[in-house]
Unconditional design. Structure first.
Length: 136
């Protein structure tokens, strides 16, 4: 039987990778987070942007121990960079971080392990559909 595959190549920068990755995984993340939180979770573009920048910084400092890394990722300098990059206020950023904590993506000033990724230069995200031909 012939195997059908469709490959969509997405060229991106290191920083933009995380946002594009989250956009592609958004429906799956929302489903998983809805089950974890026992309520419907919708990830807005701003929430995804904030989370993507946190993932980017987390990846940037991946060689540090978790405590040092999290101090930088969630530190004042990183927060100021996020505020500038997204043209938001400190208050808005605090709200977005609170939302990420409430839906269990963040645990205090740390990203929960299941949501952390460390991509290399050719990261692949694969969806495999197993179609059941015995449908009723």
């Amino acid at each position: 039987m012939e195997k059908n595959n469709e490959v969509l190549e997405i060229k991106t920068s290191n920083e933009d990778f995380f946002y594009k990755y989250l956009l592609l995984k958004k429906p799956i993340l929302e489903t998983i987070l809805s089950m974890i939180n026992k309520k419907k979770v919708k990830l807005s573009p701003k929430i995804l942007k904030v989370f993507s920048i946190l993932l980017y910084y987390n990846n940037l400092y991946k060689d540090m121990n978790d405590k040092e890394k999290n101090e930088i990722v969630f530190g004042e300098e990183s927060r100021n960079k996020i505020i500038q990059a997204l043209d938001i206020t400190q208050s808005h950023l605090n709200t977005y971080l609170s939302i990420l904590r409430n839906i269990k993506i963040l645990n205090g000033n740390a990203i929960n392990k299941p949501f952390i990724i460390y991509p290399d230069n050719n990261y692949e995200l694969t969806f495999r559909f197993n179609i059941n031909h015995n449908e009723k």
